[in-house]
Design a protein around this ligand. Structure first.
Ligand code: PHE
Length: 352
């Protein structure tokens, strides 16, 4: 082997390796080519071994040459490897259907009760009502006495009311906020009072031991039953649809006189009778009436100077009616599979 021949061998090996790498169409083929040229028993090692056959003075130069060659071959190997690996990434990407929608992130949504309450509130805000609240843990005085409940009234019974002691209880209705508010504000007033109420009832599909109510109270000079009817009808039409009709059925509440239960035409059958309305064509949506003069006296108002109306609706019941929910207990259940149905399509509604 002379110097000329060795240099030619080096050049030849470089182009052989380069074309072997280029011809390798996948990483396996490339690996085989790497082993052939750069492997421990490969061509380059062979070339290095042949150094012993050279005269000693030529060995250093030859060694440098082979080392340079090794670097070059390694470099072209790396380059080819990068190209083939990038193709694999691309192939993987193309194996999926790039037109498929991306993965959706799950946003929360409003609880159906919250959503219904929000809608109801905005209807009443539009009519000029303002919002106020009262305590869940209430005095017997506000929950019963100032609302003109006689001492022996059945709803004071331990069966219905969660008493904390003789004077303190969990409110059974939002009506106590009527008196609390009137004590602090002079008429005219127009308020709504949403809140949780508690009753010691055996839970069943239409009873829960806690639920939401919303009280309404309007006091001014010359407020009449016609005003009550107007506001309630406006609410029912805004919430359930423009052809909802409203009827008042005489009823009794100690704190209103006259009192009524308010029914609305069944939104499902529009009044002809169906299972939802028990074939009556009507659905009860609230209790209401004209504020009793005794209640005004408790609050420090002159019953000869002012009149007013009050109403109280069950938010759970209204949500159930609107969305066809058959069991009130689902509303407290926190079962996402149930709650999710009421989230808007896009999810991610802002929470108040
Ligand atoms: N507080 C009554 C109830 O819980 C509802 C009501 C409110 C009735 C206001 C009349 C006036 O049943």
């Amino acid at each position: 082997m002379n110097e000329h021949g060795d240099r030619a061998g080096v050049r030849e090996l470089r182009s052989l390796a380069e074309s072997a790498f280029t011809e390798a169409n996948d990483l396996d083929a490339l690996e085989a080519a790497r082993v052939r040229f750069l492997g421990r028993k490969g061509e380059l090692t062979g070339l290095l071994r042949s150094i012993g056959e050279l005269p000693p003075e030529e060995r250093p130069a030859f060694g440098d040459l082979v080392n340079d060659l090794k670097l070059e071959i390694q470099h072209s190997y790396e380059k080819r490897k990068a190209v083939l690996s990038a193709e694999i990434v691309e192939e993987d990407y193309c194996a999926g259907d790039p037109t498929l929608p991306g993965r959706r992130t799950i946003h929360g949504g409003l609880h159906v009760l919250h959503k219904v309450l929000r809608e109801i509130k905005s209807i009443f805000f539009g009519m000029g009502y303002t919002l106020t609240e009262g305590p869940d843990v209430e005095l017997d005085y506000y929950n019963f006495e100032a609302l003109n409940f006689p001492l022996d009234h059945p709803s004071r019974d331990l069966q219905d009311t969660f008493y904390i002691n003789r004077d303190i209880l969990l409110r059974t209705q939002t009506s106590p906020v009527q008196v609390r508010y009137m004590e602090k504000h002079k008429p005219p007033l127009r308020i709504i009072v949403p809140g949780r109420v508690y009753r010691n009832e055996t839970p069943d599909p239409s009873h829960a031991s806690e639920f939401l109510q919303m009280e309404g109270l309007f006091v001014d000079k010359n407020v009449s039953l016609a005003d009550l009817r107007n506001d309630v009808t406006f609410f029912a039409r805004s919430f359930f649809g423009p052809d909802a009709k409203v009827r008042f059925r005489p009823h009794f509440f100690p704190f209103t006189e006259p009192s009524a239960e308010v029914d609305m035409t069944c939104f499902a059958c529009r009044g002809s009778g169906c299972p939802i309305c028990g074939r009556t064509g009507w659905l009860e949506i609230m209790g209401a009436g004209m504020v009793h003069p005794h209640v005004f006296r408790y609050a420090g108002y002159d019953p000869d100077a002012y009149t007013g109306f009050a109403f109280g609706m069950g938010i759970d019941r209204i949500a159930m009616l609107k969305y066809g929910i058959d069991d009130i207990r689902r509303l407290l259940g926190n079962d996402l599979r149930f709650l999710r149905q009421f989230w808007t399509e896009t999810g991610g509604e802002a929470i108040e």
